[in-house]
Design a protein around this ligand. Structure first.
Ligand code: NAD
Ligand code: 6OH
Length: 484
């Protein structure tokens, strides 16, 4: 049986024990993962520390960038391996891996290789009493060893989005993939070794969060900064760990994102967009929509159109081209989502579609399936409208005015993203400046340029990554002042 190994100091190594890797679509054991020990974490951090002082630290920016282009090219060469691994780890349809998640992961390496070469730093001429002046200029230096803690919902894409800028800026990394989805991080280790990224620059340690690899890594005194994507409560625990030694953090956290559709919107485009924002990846997308506000005149017609479209989603074998709907990641997550389904019902929601467990073929019987679900009729203070569910479900409410919908959309502790549908562009811009989120889409969703800032307001995150903004976290800006 395949064992996903840890990747430390340029070599694949076993661990203290092994844990199961299950395919969520079938519930089948697809392999084992080597569980790193505290000593392994120590070795990975030590290797990352010494790589900074060795060959890697001495490479020019141009040579570092060239290596990252080679990483991207090698991911493309091994495209099918990455697609297959991510598909089995997540259970999500192959088509999504092929068209979005894997190519976009490779694109991250190209994009950040380009960005580091093209970002200027500031300089100032400063007057002095003797009239000669002084020149101030800034230089960027890598922060050092970066701990990269990843979630399971689009593992390779989200990891590459951190690893690529970290390496482009000259740092080294120790990655902890989610325990649910370890395989593509190991494949990336093979790619790094193949293209000649020096040992110790990219390390992977597998394991769990609390009292395990995640905690050991984030508490490690030689880790200089921590970048994390995952749940808000986990972010709090990691921030506590980071306080020791005052290490910097960058957090992409949970959301409870609103979708807002005005009566003048292109209805069919809005339905298509909200279909994706609610059900893509079985609703396990941080940017996904779980609260929908529809302007009164089109409420009934919208609910009907969305539920008709959602009823065409069918659980299926992820390998099949025709499969358009995948499972939840684990039995534990399925129990959590089903508890929200029961809670909605108990609180008096009208279940428009779904609300339970679908019928599936024999091979998928042990997978972690839930039905695409749409509710109406709950009040704004219902638990189902306040907590992030992270499943294929949304609640739809009518609204009457711009002011009202802004207030209701903002009435949440989260602030990651929103999607607004209207043909009135003045209104769209007004709304965009009033909704308290890091990312607003107008007449679109997940139309993201890798050069733009990404991150959440309120409890949805700390800091921004993406494009030049990643450099704020992955480098230290130093000022040099020269008396002329
Ligand atoms: P999670 O917080 O449970 O786990 C994420 C990672 O943190 C895993 O690798 C886990 O092992 C590790 N971890 C857990 N406890 C830890 C601890 N105490 N110390 C160190 N590491 C620890 O999140 P998840 O369930 O894997 O992912 C789903 C969540 O991620 C959702 O809340 C979703 O909204 C969020 N998410 C946010 C974004 C974003 O960009 N804002 C993107 C994707 C997912
Ligand atoms: C969240 O689950 C995924 C976010 C990915 C992106 O924003 C991206 O641009 O790739």
């Amino acid at each position: 049986m395949q064992v996903v190994q840890n990747f430390i100091d340029g070599s694949f190594v076993g661990g203290a024990a092994e844990f199961d890797n299950i395919c969520p679509a079938t519930g089948e054991l697809i392999g084992k993962t080597a569980l790193a020990s505290e000593v392994d974490v120590d070795r990975a951090v030590a290797s990352a520390t010494s790589a900074l002082k060795g060959e890697w630290g001495a490479l020019s920016l141009e040579d570092r960038s060239s290596l990252l282009y080679e990483v991207a090219a090698e991911i493309q060469n091994r495209f099918d391996n990455f697609v297959e691994a991510e598909m089995l780890d997540t259970g999500q349809p192959r088509t999504m891996m092929e068209h979005a998640f894997i190519p976009r992961g490779a694109a991250n390496f190209r994009t950040f290789a380009d960005i580091v070469k093209n970002v200027p730093t500031e300089s100032f001429h400063t007057p002095t009493p003797d009239g000669a002046g002084a020149l101030n200029y800034a230089i960027r230096k890598p922060k050092g060893v970066i701990a990269v803690i990843c979630p399971w919902n689009s593992p390779f894409l989200l990891m590459s989005w951190k690893v690529a800028p970290a390496l482009a800026c000259g740092n080294t990394v120790v990655v902890k993939p989610s325990e649910e989805t370890p395989t593509t991080a190991a494949l990336l280790g093979e790619v790094m070794a193949k293209v000649g990224v020096p040992k110790g620059v990219y390390n992977v340690v597998n394991g769990y969060g609390p009292r395990s690899v995640g905690e050991w890594l984030t508490q490690h005194e030689n880790v200089n900064a921590i970048t994390f994507t995952g749940e808000t409560r986990t972010g709090e625990a990691i921030m506590t760990a980071a306080a020791r030694g005052l290490r910097d953090v960058s957090f992409e956290l949970g959301g409870k994102n609103a979708g807002i559709v005005f009566a003048d919107a292109d209805l069919s485009a809005a339905v298509d967009g909200i279909m994706r924002s609610t059900f893509l990846n079985c609703g396990q997308v941080c940017l996904g929509t779980e609260r929908l506000y529809i302007e009164h005149p089109i409420f009934d017609v919208f609910v009907k159109a969305l539920s008709e479209a959602a009823s065409k989603l069918k659980p299926g074998d992820p390998r099949e081209k025709s499969t358009n709907f995948g499972p939840l990641i684990s039995q534990e997550h399925r129990e959590k989502v089903l508890a929200y389904y029961r809670r909605a019902e108990a609180d008096g929601a009208r279940i428009v579609i779904g609300g339970g467990v679908p019928h599936v073929s024999d091979e998928l019987q042990n997978g972690y399936w839930v039905e695409p679900t749409i509710w109406t009729g709950l009040s704004d203070d219902s638990t189902v409208l306040r907590e992030e569910i992270f499943g294929p479900c949304c609640h739809i409410q009518p609204f009457d005015s711009e002011d009202e919908v802004v207030e209701r959309a903002n009435d949440t502790e989260y602030g990651l993203s929103t999607t607004i549908w209207t043909r009135d562009l003045s209104r769209a811009h007004r709304m965009a400046s009033r909704i308290e989120v890091g990312i607003t889409w107008i007449n679109s969703w997940f139309l993201r340029d890798l050069r733009t800032a990404f991150g959440g307001s309120k409890q949805s995150g700390i800091g921004r990554e993406g494009g030049v903004h990643s450099l704020e976290f992955y480098t230290e800006l130093r000022n040099v002042c020269v008396k002329l």
